[in-house]
Design a protein around this ligand. Sequence first.
Ligand SMILES: *Cc1c(COP(=O)(O)O)cnc(C)c1O
Length: 354
Amino acid sequence: MLDTLTIRTQRTSASRLPELDLDHLEFGKVFSDHMFVVDFRNGEWQEPQIVPYGDMSVSPANSALHYGQSIFEGMKAYKNEQGDIALFRPTDNLHRLNASAERMCMPTLPEELFMQGLTQLIRLDAGWVPNVAGMSLYIRPFMFATDGMLGVRPSDTYRFMIITCPVAAFYNKPLRVRFEEKYVRSAEGGAGFAKNAGNYGAAMYPTKLAQQEGYNQLIWTDASEHRYVEESGTMNAMFVIDGRLITPALSSSILDGITRRSVLQLAHDWDMPVEERKVSAREILEAQANGTLEEAFGVGTAATIAPISVIGQHGQDYTLPATSEASFSRRVAAELDAIRTGAAPDVHGWMVQV
Ligand SMILES: *Cc1c(COP(=O)(O)O)cnc(C)c1O
């Protein structure tokens, strides 16, 4: 295993940084110069490496490709005005990665390996972390099976990697969403709480249908009755009804978002009433009808806080009031931004300097 945490580093001989055009970034298309790689073999993690970002070869019988033993995380690094770089709640991502790994019969990652890989990679590619308001370095840790063998059983070997890309805001307009009451993202007892690749592939078709109808995203409802809200796309869903912040309680079918957790904490800090419970599509549309639905928004690392302006159901669109500076979603988005860039005190110890 790791006697020392020296990570063998092979630097690129041709940095692509001079070609980086921050004004024309598409999410997840431009990757930083380096990537972190470590293989799992013979029951242990082998020597970690940082190498130039690039293609790799895998067996055509790779079991991640055939049976989906593949998990990921999504996190961000931010640069403050002094140019220092910090990560937002990185150990929360590690714990969730390891929960996903257990659900998918994959090996867990020791904290030191994860944190050293992450910090050394980001230090090396520090020039790729934008110091422009609203921009950050998106970090994608992921793990997949590497056995070349067609038997349906957990692989013996795995690869864990980290790749990064500079990103701007994900959605630039309030979202049009609709309730999904036919297809299912994940069911109670399934693997919806884990960030495993298969959850996302299966969600693409229903999402595509909604986009063809002019919506940006879906609001998933529960698999057994299609009554209760689960999530919105790859974001946790939140509603402000009559001054109370309401979000679906966690379950095995809902992803335990770190942004969700952080927004709930800030709401507590601000003495805003918070309810984590089942919330039905009907309750939301009734609140819309009687004027008590003040806000609806999605929360997640990639999208941060994404306000919802329209909710559709059965071909009808229901419009929400426009947000103002005083709206909870706007205030919480600003506070999270301020904490991440060092403009507001980090009272919960969320930021980890790189
Ligand atoms: C990643 C993800 C989220 C958001 O989680 P964060 O930790 O806040 O980024 C929500 N729902 C799904 C399905 C996700 O994959």
